[in-house]
Design a protein around this ligand. Structure first.
Ligand code: NAD
Length: 266
């Protein structure tokens, strides 16, 4: 029996990148996965590919900023599958910009997806998980909660907020006896469209990213499937005593001091 047999999971931003790899990992471990995203074609294609392998996945359009859409998706999960056991708040956006160049509108845009989105997701999922007898919520933060660059002004602020919201929610759920665990995962550099900007760019072609990668003690970026396995662990009962924790998956980068590298001075 696979670790996530009979579990029902929602993964936001699950159409591609780290969310896509997480969807694959949860489905491979036996879960029924509801892929929630705004890029419908990619989401439908990923769900169809998994079904083609005999796994269970379905795509649902969801903008994580929309509270009504969250209510609809959780209701669908409960009516169609009878329970909701796992929520992965993975959808996120990044605007790399210094505080001097950033506008308040840009800050609000990043907050809306990276912080309001998971807030709404947890508010919608907690009652359903209570009805289901418990659950596991995994919020995808970033190692930018520990290491900053001038350009992480907006992004890092939202991810630090998310890490703190994760812990507060975890303690609340634990003290209420809900049997709902809430943890955050903090990825380092992974080669996805968020890091490369898409359109065929290689992450290593971007000087700032290359300098960051050169500083990683393990000497390489993470592969999306490596992150998916970390999330699957937190989703499973193998992490049954873990709540309010921050799991870093970044090849050791967080603990390295590299502020003097001139390539990072922009
Ligand atoms: P990505 O850009 O490849 O994927 C992000 C996904 O989120 C996309 O499928 C996108 O359509 C979806 N999305 C964006 N806005 C949405 C919205 N309003 N509603 C629903 N879905 C929305 O990025 P990724 O690298 O896979 O990032 C996934 C998560 O991992 C993000 O939270 C990101 O901050 C975090 N992260 C990534 C890295 C990295 O190196 N790639 C490092 C640290 C943290």
């Amino acid at each position: 029996m696979a670790r996530l047999d009979k579990k029902v999971a929602i993964v936001t931003g699950g159409a591609r990148g780290l969310g896509g790899a997480t969807v694959d990992a949860l489905a491979e471990e036996g879960a029924t996965v509801l892929i929630a995203d705004i890029i419908d074609e990619a989401g439908e294609a990923r769900a169809a590919a998994l079904r083609g392998r005999g796994l269970t996945a379905e795509y649902h359009h969801l903008d994580v900023r929309d509270a009504l859409a969250w209510a609809g998706l959780v209701d669908t999960a409960m009516r169609k599958h009878g329970h909701l056991d796992i929520l992965v708040n993975n959808a996120g956006i990044n605007i790399s910009i210094t505080i001097e160049d950033a506008t308040v509108e840009q800050l609000r845009d990043v907050i809306d997806v990276n912080l309001v989105g998971p807030f709404l997701g947890m508010k919608a999922a907690i009652p359903a998980m209570r009805q289901s007898g418990g659950g596991s919520i995994i919020n995808i933060a970033s190692n930018s909660t520990q290491m900053v660059l001038p350009l992480t002004s907006l992004y890092g602020a939202t991810k630090s907020g998310l890490a703190n919201l994760t812990k507060s929610t975890a303690v609340h759920c634990a003290q209420r006896g809900y049997n709902i665990r809430v943890n955050s995962v903090h990825p380092g550099a992974h080669e996805t469209e968020m890091l490369t900007g898409g359109e065929g760019t290689r992450a290593t072609d971007i000087p700032q990213v290359k300098a960051l990668i050169d500083a990683i003690p393990m000497g390489r970026m993470g592969q999306p499937n490596e992150l998916g396995k970390v999330v699957a662990f937190l989703a499973s009962d193998d992490s049954s005593y873990m709540t309010a924790s921050e799991l870093f998956s970044d090849g050791g980068l967080t603990v390295v001091s590299f502020g003097a590298d001139p390539a990072l001075r922009h």
